[in-house]
Write a new protein. Structure first.
Length: 275
């Protein structure tokens, strides 16, 4: 044994705790008092879940959404106000237009409506077959040819339309009747041409409209020649009361005195078209 090396032996006294046991007790006490100290693994896993309560606070509406809602409500209120105003105006106009309130009600095509002594006859659509003896670019040329055929005892009518002057020598309800009439006129060496002819009369107003409506019915049926003489004279007296209608009065007078080849039909229809 090396004499320089010393061996120390410490023998504790009886009744005293060994030093290492004191240190261990302190460590255990410190672990118990420290909550961060890791607990020993016992083999069991604890699951912890956190439940968040729903937020019951008031949701905030964006400013742009509020603006859109206010604009929509304003537009709706304005529309309702205008609709109510228009409805009131429509009801007022309807009440004023009701017959018996001093205004004239609407008149259907060809009907007669009287209000306080005034009547209205809407425009008439007339059609017939014409026997044409010529068409000219000027009225003077048409009149020259009219004088020529009149010297042969052939009656005629000059009808101006769209810048042209037609010379008609007869009319009939059907094409066959018009063709027969054309054959009779051809015996005078007068060239003729048969064609359909439509007439649109102007609106007729005035106290004598009822008489003109009856006259229009005769024209539509192409039966002027079958109307009794007394009826013709009565219609003439009614038409003569109409002011500033010399052509119409002259046409009805021709019919009242006696019609030939339906010349009166053309004269009356022409006068009503230009009325």
């Amino acid at each position: 044994m090396n004499p320089k090396k010393k061996i120390s032996i410490s023998i504790g006294s009886k009744g005293k705790e060994p030093q290492n046991e004191i240190i261990q007790a302190k460590e255990e006490l410190s672990a118990a008092s420290d909550p961060k100290e890791k607990k020993p693994n016992t083999g069991l896993k604890l699951s912890t879940s956190i439940y968040e309560l729903p937020y019951k606070g008031k949701l905030k509406t964006p400013a742009s959404l509020k603006s859109m809602i206010m604009t929509s409500l304003t537009a709706l209120l304005i529309s309702l106000g205008l609709g109510f105003l228009l409805l009131r105006m429509f009801v007022s106009i309807t009440n004023e237009a009701t017959p018996g309130n001093g205004s004239t009600a609407a008149v259907a095509d060809g009907d007669v409506q009287s209000q306080q002594g005034a009547s209205v006859v809407s425009s008439l659509s007339l059609d017939t077959y014409i026997v044409q003896a010529g068409v000219f670019s000027s009225e003077s040329k048409a009149e020259d040819w009219q004088s020529n055929i009149q010297s042969q005892s052939v009656e005629s009518v000059i009808w101006e339309r769209d810048g042209s002057y037609y010379l008609f020598v007869g009319s009939a309800a059907t094409e066959e009747e018009a063709s027969q009439l054309a054959s009779q006129i051809a015996a005078h060496d007068i060239d003729t041409y048969v064609k359909p002819w439509d007439v649109k009369t102007k609106e007729i107003t005035g106290k004598e409209s009822a008489s003109l409506q009856k006259l229009g019915d005769y024209l539509s049926n192409n039966n002027l020649s079958s109307v009794p003489a007394a009826e013709r004279q009565s219609l003439l007296e009614s038409v003569q009361k109409i002011k500033q209608q010399p052509d119409l009065i002259a046409a009805v007078k021709t019919w009242a005195d006696g019609d030939k080849d339906n010349i009166a039909w053309m004269l009356i229809a022409h006068a009503l078209e230009n009325k």
